[in-house]
Design a protein around this ligand. Structure first.
Ligand code: MN
Ligand code: MN
Length: 468
């Protein structure tokens, strides 16, 4: 290779693959295998919480009621099976501030409507309402699985997973064949090619042999659901059933350098987040928290979104172990002395659509974890906008701990935009910055991430918990 003259002063994004040792490369691939297990088993918020709870229990985390205030104590707090907080008590008083990492475990998908089951043209179908920002045309003609819970008339919880086991049936939303779609779809905008009401899941075709029943195919589905789960149609009203891709995570690329999977926004950051805390070596100076939240994709509202009081109250409860009679003002002051990483994904440059990205500021696949000063829309709207001081602090922590990271922004100015939970943490006075992992094909059913970026984020989060 011809020697290029390179400035010693200029900033450059370099492939992390060329910066890590052979030994580290091995760890990168091993960590990716552990992550694939998580992403395959955690296809809903509840499944993610169950997964985290299991490994946290194995690692000695205790529920708050059994926990004591002592350095090194490990605590787990759950909220409605859709949020989880892991904490390790530090050597210093919490009144000096805490370090926390927040990421979300909800992902774009299709939710069943409260009364989903209909029959049309000899087919039984389930009506859905999409959750989060999807391109509706992504969701047709591929195998889909159904996950969730149904509360029956007795108030019992029935857990359902159909379509993950190789012997399970799967479901599908059929698009119109190209032979007949010219008039109906041919001239439509991409956002209208598949309409929301047409995201209907094919679930049955055999009619019951019963003259008295009008909707015979629907009846077969009801009878089958009754046989398998003991439910009636009314039970769907008290259910949360999520439709997600039925396939598993796969290595992408002949070099197996990347992972393709459903739900990587934001379960990839969530995995690096909770693992960095569970794997924390020794006792931290400050109390450290890993927080997994729900509802980010639809505005962070609701009981399990970051805007609820769950996190605030939980930090208060942990603080009460140390200071049982604390005043609320002490909790508020504690938060203003705290540091947070909002661990969410970013968008790496897609070489086919370069015009959407800022070639200098957008991140590149495989060039390390992301450090993002702001994530917002037009005119930075909705951005928390981390201060120069905080960016400087994070940059120094990453550099001191030999974490490979890259400066990141979401696309070009006025190209679109997005948001994270960062602003809601800033509302509490917490110094917060976005720092996550780059994805290609974000919000699609099969998002792609680099294994080395995942590993560097894990290292970066560990360094942050230790040194912030
Ligand atoms: Mn996200
Ligand atoms: Mn998202």
């Amino acid at each position: 290779m011809a020697e290029e003259k390179k400035s010693k002063l200029a900033y450059e994004k370099k492939s992390a693959w060329l910066l890590i040792s052979e030994n580290e490369k091995k760890k990168v691939f091993e960590f990716a295998e552990e992550y694939k297990d998580f992403i395959n088993k955690g296809k809903t918020e509840r499944e993610c919480v169950n997964y985290v709870e299991k490994i946290a229990n194995e690692a000695g985390f205790k529920e708050l009621s059994k926990a004591k205030y002592k350095a090194g104590e490990k605590i787990i707090i759950k909220n409605s099976n859709k949020n989880v907080i892991l904490a390790i008590i530090g050597k210093e008083s919490m009144s000096e501030g805490i370090n926390l990492i927040v990421s979300h475990i909800d992902a774009p998908r299709l939710d069943l409507k409260p009364l989903p089951l209909i029959e049309d043209s000899e087919m039984a179908l389930l009506k859905t309402h999409y959750y989060g920002g999807i391109k509706k045309y992504h969701w047709v003609n591929m195998p889909l699985s159904l996950h969730g819970v149904i509360i029956n008339s007795k108030g019992e919880k029935i857990e359902i997973t159909i379509g993950e086991d190789e012997n399970d049936p799967v479901f599908v939303i059929n698009d119109l064949l190209p032979h007949l779609s010219g008039k109906i779809q041919g001239e439509k905008k991409a956002s209208e090619v598949i309409e929301g009401e047409n995201l209907r899941l094919l679930v049955g075709n055999i009619p019951v042999d019963d003259k008295d029943i009008q909707e015979k195919v629907k009846e077969t589905v009801l009878r089958k659901m009754n046989e398998l789960y003991g439910i009636k149609e009314e039970d769907f009203i008290s259910a949360e059933l999520e439709v997600v891709p039925a396939f598993k995570a796969r290595d992408v690329g002949i070099d197996k350098s990347m992972i393709g999977a459903y739900g990587q926004d934001d379960r990839i950051c969530s995995f690096a987040n909770f693992r960095s805390l569970i794997d924390f070596e020794g006792i931290p100076d400050k109390t450290i928290l890993s927080i997994l939240v729900d509802k980010e994709e639809i505005g962070s509202y609701g009981l399990t979104g970051i805007r609820s009081k769950f996190m605030y109250n939980s930090i208060g409860e942990i603080y009460s172990l140390e200071n049982p009679d604390y005043r609320e003002s002490e909790l508020r002051t504690l938060l203003t002395k705290s540091y947070c990483i909002s661990a969410d994904v970013g968008a790496v440059i897609n070489p086919m659509y370069k015009e959407a990205f800022d070639q200098i500021n957008s991140p590149k696949m495989g060039c390390g974890m992301l450090l993002e000063k702001y994530t917002g829309s037009r005119g930075k709207s909705g951005a928390s906008d981390a201060s120069a001081e905080l960016m400087g602090k994070l940059r120094k922590i990453f550099n001191d701990n030999k974490v490979i990271w890259q400066s990141s922004l979401l696309g070009k100015v006025d190209e679109g935009g997005g948001g994270t939970v960062a602003l809601y943490l800033a509302d509490l006075g917490i110094a917060v910055v976005d720092s996550g992992i780059g994805l290609d094909g974000m919000h699609s059913p099969f998002e792609v991430a680099s294994k080395v970026d995942l590993y560097e984020a894990y290292k970066g989060y560990k360094a942050f918990l230790k040194d912030a």
